[in-house]
Design a binder for this molecule. Structure first.
Ligand code: E4P
Length: 221
């Protein structure tokens, strides 16, 4: 399972990329607004320069008609053609725009997916990625990860090539479960990346090795 960072924060992307564990980035209008970015284009270009070549960067449209979605998607794609994946909402207009953009070879990430049936439609329309939102389903008392499991199973049975991005990830257990479910990707907030990395026994172990080494007076020069 690959890891995308779910953020528009440049310093978080720099830190994640420098560890070599980030395969892409997803943004959405709320994340961009949170960082106070005014120029989406320059942010996307800066992110592209921080990531490995051709790493996917999801850029979300805020338009509502098919024509606007397609025009916005083409414009976003031109900013960083090797990287930009157009993020479109899971509705009728989004499906039509997905079909149009896919015909031109532009990859689409269909977002706000909450059911296996929506994921089947996204795959037929030609979406490169589908983003089931785990945390938002959990928030309303439904089992978000079960939707990821169902989509992965259905895509495998029917040979769909659309990749499953477990999105709306809230804690490290979601990452483990997404990997077990066979999600191709989990897109995670930077805080969750830090939580994945940390273990108290690792910290205690490092401390103990350092102390024992100092006490021994040994040299490694
Ligand atoms: C990513 O593609 C989604 O926009 C994001 O994971 C949504 O997360 P949230 O439900 O925590 O806002």
């Amino acid at each position: 399972m690959k890891i995308f960072l779910d953020t528009a924060n440049i310093s978080e992307i720099k830190k994640g990329a420098s560890m070599g564990v980030i395969h892409g980035v997803t943004t959405n209008p709320s994340l961009v607004a949170k960082e106070g970015h005014k120029d989406y284009k320059s942010v996307v270009k800066e992110i592209a320069n921080l990531l490995p070549a051709a790493a996917p960067i999801s850029v979300e449209v805020v338009s509502e008609t098919v024509a606007e979605m397609v025009a916005d998607g083409k414009r976003f794609h031109s900013w960083a053609p090797d990287n930009v994946v157009v993020k479109l909402p899971m509705n009728g207009e989004g499906l039509q725009a997905t079909r149009e953009l896919a015909k031109d070879g532009i990859r689409v990430n269909m977002t706000l997916c909450f059911s296996p049936n929506q994921a089947i439609l996204a795959a037929h329309a030609g979406a490169a990625f589908i983003s089931p939102f785990v945390g938002r389903l959990d928030d309303i008392g439904q089992d978000g990860m079960q939707v990821v499991r169902d989509i992965v199973e259905i895509y495998e049975i029917h040979g769909f090539k659309t990749e499953v991005i477990a999105a709306s990830i809230r804690h490290p257990l979601h990452c483990t479960q997404a990997a077990q479910a066979g999600a191709h990707i989990a897109t995670i907030p930077y805080k969750v990346l830090e939580q994945m990395l940390k273990h108290p026994l690792t910290d205690i172990g490092i401390q103990r090795f350092l102390e024992d080494w100092k006490k021994s007076g040994a040299s490694n020069q």
